[in-house]
Design a protein around this ligand. Structure first.
Ligand SMILES: [Zn+2]
Ligand SMILES: [Zn+2]
Length: 357
């Protein structure tokens, strides 16, 4: 096992387990440092015991590197795999739907409040079997999350193009998690939003406004042709400092989602699991599409999609209503024009199984 692989696997498992950033950071930093050194130098330093002197490496990470070089699975990784490497949900719940997903429409990088570079997020998504994912960092007014100004977002688009050149045929699609302002307007220049592949729109402020203005606010957003996905619609938090659901007329909002080509997000973060099942069923009834999104702020959190898949299966959401099951081309065609993917035609007659005589 390569040292970088061991360090990244440890970070991945810690993040997947929901570990706080500082516990993970040492391993992420160390993997970057090792990546920047030649293999010869790493081996030489490991042999003469000077690895720990390299800035960014500590005793724990040095041990991982040395053990990996010696050809064994590092002890820390072995213990962590034992403790946290198993399935996140019991049994087969959500597994079939998760297998049908080709991508993820909502994730953050260190350009806003995520902890890892864009490339690390995309590489990990690819490693999880995805064909594409959408980079959705925050919009300007969410200053606590270092929301991107129009200029920073434009700069990020160039970076996305570079990452795509490196990771092809994997596709990193351009996007944003755009704040829905109090009056339902969007927190980014419309011309810039129109350039993006996918726009997720979410409420992050005044979550407790009265039901009537909140309904108007959400309706304005989901009817906006620039919006593709309604992010974590109730805004609830179910762990840590719990926050109740925002109140709004769900029938009206989900009907508008169905009419205006806006998917309802099934947000997979264990602290959100939003919408709750009763609203998820209501959205299904209303005819809406769904987007099952990790809302990952670190690479290991990309694996959280299984939580949303389990809930979607429990509520009988059929895979064809989930936009993450589409190819990147089908997805961008839908976000660009509202055209749904064509149903797969049955194969040529010869290849169809013949009925028994
Ligand atoms: Zn959000
Ligand atoms: Zn988010």
């Amino acid at each position: 096992m390569e040292p970088v692989e061991a360090l990244e696997r440890i970070a991945f498992l810690l993040e997947r387990q929901g570990a706080v950033t500082y516990r993970v950071q040492a391993f992420r930093t160390a993997s970057e440092v090792i990546r920047g050194l030649s293999g010869d130098e790493v081996r030489r330093r490991a042999a003469n015991g000077t690895l720990a002197r390299v800035r960014g490496l500590g005793p724990k990470t040095t041990r991982v590197v040395e053990e990996a070089l010696s050809g064994e699975v590092p002890g820390y990784l072995a213990r962590l795999t034992e403790e946290a490497g198993g399935p996140l949900v019991d049994g087969e719940r959500g597994v079939r739907l998760r297998r049908a997903l080709r991508g993820d429409c909502h994730l953050h990088s260190d350009w806003s409040d995520g902890g890892s570079p864009v490339e690390a997020m995309a590489r990990t998504a690819r490693g999880l079997g995805h064909d594409w994912c959408v980079l959705t960092d925050h919009s300007p007014r969410l200053t606590v999350a270092r929301g991107l100004s129009p200029d920073r977002l434009r700069a990020q688009l160039s970076l996305v193009a570079e990452v795509n050149a490196q990771l092809a045929p994997f596709r990193l699609l351009t996007g944003i998690e755009c704040d829905i302002l109090d009056d339902g307007e969007l927190d980014q220049e419309p011309e810039l939003l129109a350039e993006l592949d996918v726009v997720v729109a979410s409420v992050h402020s005044k979550l407790r406004m009265d039901a009537r203005p909140m309904t108007r606010r959400l309706l304005a957003a989901v009817r906006n042709p620039l919006v593709d996905v309604l992010g974590h619609c109730t805004g609830r938090q179910i762990t840590g400092r719990p926050r109740p659901e925002s109140r709004f007329d769900a029938d009206e909002v989900f009907a508008a989602c169905a009419d205006h080509h806006t998917a309802v997000e099934i947000n997979c973060r264990p602290d959100r699991l939003d919408p709750p099942r009763r609203l998820l069923r209501q959205a299904l009834e209303a005819g809406a599409l769904f987007s099952i999104d990790s809302d990952a702020h670190a690479p290991g959190q990309l694996d959280w999609q299984i939580y949303g898949c389990a809930r979607a299966e429990e509520c009988d959401v059929p895979p064809e209503r989930v936009i993450n099951t589409w190819t990147a081309r089908q997805l961008t065609s839908w976000t660009g024009t509202g055209r749904m993917p064509r149903k797969e035609r049955p194969g040529p007659a010869a290849s169809r199984p013949r009925p028994h005589p």
